[in-house]
Design a protein around this ligand. Structure first.
Ligand code: C2E
Ligand code: CA
Ligand code: CA
Length: 273
């Protein structure tokens, strides 16, 4: 999946994996990376309650490369650890800039790849970035999938629990697509579970999509977690999520991921769902 801006780079299709990895090494230091922010809204109030930070890479040689292409390569090559360090620092720096602009405090979620759970000290990196930019831990959310939980060691789980006790929010991403969903749900104190857009896409026509979505919402609520539906594109999907008491949504229906300045405009406009 990608936002519209990811399509402007035909050159990347002919670049091989090694070429992409070579260009990606040092991309952060050369200032080629940026973050787009996609609003997350409360279904009851219709207001923006958070944002997901999504990485964008514009290579002078390859053009704009979709994260669906470069993130898996960054993971398999180990480059993801450096990208992740840049990401954690940049999200905290952005939160600090927004506070300086007197924006209301807002939760920002960043994505952690499975490889980041087995390399380096994730807890120390997060804590250091929060301290460096003077950011309240409760404004930061860490999104990761069940695959990351499987890749991580018990030490990683302990590090995540420690961050959660300090206020950092833990979010289970793409729920329902992994192999060990029910175990994953209980493995850590999540504040939010995200329903993968493949289930949402089938709403409202497909009875199976509705059954799965309804079951995930009930299960997550029974465990005390909030639920966010991703990839919401139509009013029909939104209505169904309302009816099923889903808590939050994210999707093109309201806004694609946008540059930080455009995100601030969305916040100041105050347009509701
Ligand atoms: P994800 O974490 O599941 O992110 C959601 C993806 O869905 C994003 O694609 C977003 O642009 C797209 N999306 C949002 N709303 C809609 C919608 O209504 N319809 C459709 N069709 N798509 C929608 P994007 O930005 O291309 O990112 C793709 C994946 O790349 C992400 O999936 C995530 O797994 C990974 N990724 C992106 N940024 C990062 C990052 O900073 N770090 C890591 N580790 N992974 C990242
Ligand atoms: Ca995500
Ligand atoms: Ca997701």
């Amino acid at each position: 999946m990608s936002s519209g801006s990811d399509t402007s780079a035909p050159a990347v299709d002919v670049a091989d994996d090694a070429g992409i990895c070579a260009a990606l090494a040092g991309a952060a230091a050369r200032g080629e990376l940026a973050l787009a922010y996609q609003p997350q809204l409360c279904l009851r109030s219709g207001q923006i309650v958070g944002a997901e930070a999504l990485m964008r890479w514009h290579s002078p040689r390859l053009g704009t490369v979709s994260p669906a292409r470069f993130i898996p390569l960054a993971e398999s090559s180990g480059l993801i650890v450096g990208l992740g360090d840049w990401l954690i620092d940049e999200v905290c720096a952005q939160l600090q800039r927004w506070r300086a602009q007197a924006l209301p405090p807002l939760r920002v979620a960043l994505n952690l790849a499975p490889a980041q759970f087995s390399h380096g000290d994730l807890g120390a990196a997060v804590r250091a970035a929060l301290a460096r930019h003077g950011v309240e831990p409760s404004l930061l959310a860490l999104e990761f999938t069940e695959a990351a939980l499987v890749a991580g060691s018990p030490a990683n789980s302990a590090a995540l629990r420690a961050l959660q006790r300090e206020g950092v929010q833990l979010v289970l991403d793409d729920f329902g697509t992994g192999a060990s969903s029910l175990r994953s749900l209980r493995s850590l104190p999540f504040s939010l579970v995200k329903i993968h857009d493949s289930f949402i896409r089938e709403l409202p026509q497909d009875p199976d999509g509705l059954t799965v979505t309804r079951s995930i919402i009930h299960l997550a609520h029974a465990l005390g977690y909030q639920v966010l539906a991703e990839g919401v594109e139509t009013p029909g999907q939104l209505q169904m999520l309302h009816d099923e008491q889903c808590d939050q949504m994210q999707g093109y229906l309201y806004s694609p991921p946008v540059a930080p300045e455009a995100f601030v405009r969305l916040l100041r406009e105050g347009r509701r769902l």
